[in-house]
Design a binder for this molecule. Structure first.
Ligand code: ADP
Ligand code: MG
Length: 176
């Protein structure tokens, strides 16, 4: 029988493991998988993220010219998305994550949202850092975008059960 872990216990294990693990090769493969995907090709308004703590680095995608990219920004308990207008227009935000300067958008214009995670399970629920930003964002906003978790395959596991307020994603993208 499988032993389930509390979300906080699993977060600690995942963070520790990821600390010794900069996923350079996986990031390269994942970037290539994203830009060749039907979802990406067919979308115009695409939310990415700026990586911290050895998250998969998909920032190379920001150099592509014929798409509109957006990055998240934490404001109090809310997550907002702001147009990306160049690396020089990013500043360190609330959690020392690089965030864009500028006006937030209405998130219902987004076609596609790529989100990092500490762990993802096979039902497409994610474990974040434990502050629930993406859960609140998806429950408080009308979002038509397809939501995709970006994660290294070794962090996909079913050792936790999602809570009722966790929001299911539409897909998981890893290097495998
Ligand atoms: P994470 O998603 O970052 O892994 P959790 O799923 O544990 O973190 O959520 C963290 C906290 O966020 C929860 O304890 C819950 O109180 C709060 N939260 C999640 N979704 C909502 C929501 N829709 N409205 C208000 N609070 C929420
Ligand atoms: Mg959650």
């Amino acid at each position: 029988m499988k032993t389930l872990l509390k979300k906080d216990e699993l977060r600690k294990i995942a963070l520790k493991e990821r600390f010794c693990y900069n996923p350079i090769e996986q990031s390269r493969i994942i970037v290539s998988r994203i830009i060749n995907s039907k979802d990406f090709i067919q979308s115009r308004n695409i939310a990415l993220y700026y990586p911290i703590k050895n998250e998969v680095d998909i920032t190379k995608i920001l150099a592509i010219k014929d798409k509109n990219f957006y990055l998240p920004r934490c404001r109090g308990l809310d997550l907002e998305f702001v147009p990306f207008s160049g690396l020089s227009n990013l500043v360190n935000g609330q959690f020392n994550i690089k965030e864009p300067i500028g006006e937030k958008i209405n998130p219902n214009i987004l076609d596609l949202i790529y989100t990092p995670a500490l762990i993802a399970n096979s039902s497409k629920f994610r474990l974040g850092y434990g502050k629930g930003y993406y859960d609140r964002f998806f429950s408080n906003n009308k979002i038509k975008a397809k939501k995709i978790i970006v994660i290294c395959s070794s962090f996909i596991c079913d050792d936790f059960v999602e809570d009722s307020f966790d929001v299911a994603f539409d897909g998981i993208l890893s290097e495998k």
